[in-house]
Ligand binder design. Structure first.
Ligand SMILES: CC(C)(COP(=O)(O)OP(=O)(O)OC[C@H]1O[C@@H](n2cnc3c(N)ncnc32)[C@H](O)[C@@H]1OP(=O)(O)O)[C@@H](O)C(=O)NCCC(=O)NCCS
Length: 147
């Protein structure tokens, strides 16, 4: 089994939408179709700070990482925020998620970004057992108001 991580390409659209739908189903949420379209288009918009890496298993896209880079008041380089990470259930437990995480760490180092951070649900045991191998949780909790 060969796992390759690469930038998203326009021809990933159909497959990415399947993976995205499965990711939203995992969280039990719906995202307006227009927002999904907007997210997809922003990945390829040079003016946007949203970007995506795709994990291929033996040539087939089986996972993705969507991330955003932004400035920070405590750093001079960029912060990299991992917003969405997903691996097709059929490809899980084979190192694909770890390959996506390792790839982001490498991207940060190669681009001189200052930090990589992300959130997850407290009870997402599977994701947390992956994340705990990179770094301890920094103990912050999130507050968010939706408007
Ligand atoms: C979390 C997720 C991305 C992991 O992807 P994956 O390809 O299965 O992960 P890997 O095979 O690379 O496993 C990496 C580590 O995760 C942990 N892990 C993976 N599957 C696990 C399971 N079923 N139970 C417990 N831990 C597990 C292990 O610590 C594993 O470490 P190892 O490399 O020493 O075996 C995947 O389960 C997923 O997409 N889940 C649904 C979406 C989600 O939760 N995304 C993260 C939201 S923040």
């Amino acid at each position: 089994m060969t796992v390759t991580i690469r930038d998203a390409r326009p021809d990933d659209e159909t497959r990415w939408r399947e993976l995205w739908d499965a990711y939203l189903a995992f969280y039990g949420v719906t995202v307006d179709a227009g927002i999904t379209d907007f997210t997809w288009h922003r990945v390829f918009d040079p003016a946007s700070t949203i970007a995506m890496r795709i994990a291929e298993v033996d040539g087939d896209p089986m996972g993705f990482a969507l991330y955003i880079t932004h400035e920070g008041t405590w750093i001079s380089g960029k912060d990299c925020y991992l917003e969405d990470l997903f691996v097709d259930p059929e490809a899980r437990g084979k190192g694909v998620g770890r390959a996506l995480m390792d790839d982001l760490v490498t991207l940060c180092k190669n681009n001189g970004w200052s930090r990589l951070y992300w959130h997850t649900s407290e009870d997402n045991r599977t994701a947390r057992s992956l994340y705990d191998t990179y770094v301890e949780s920094d103990g912050h909790i999130r507050y968010r108001i939706n408007f």
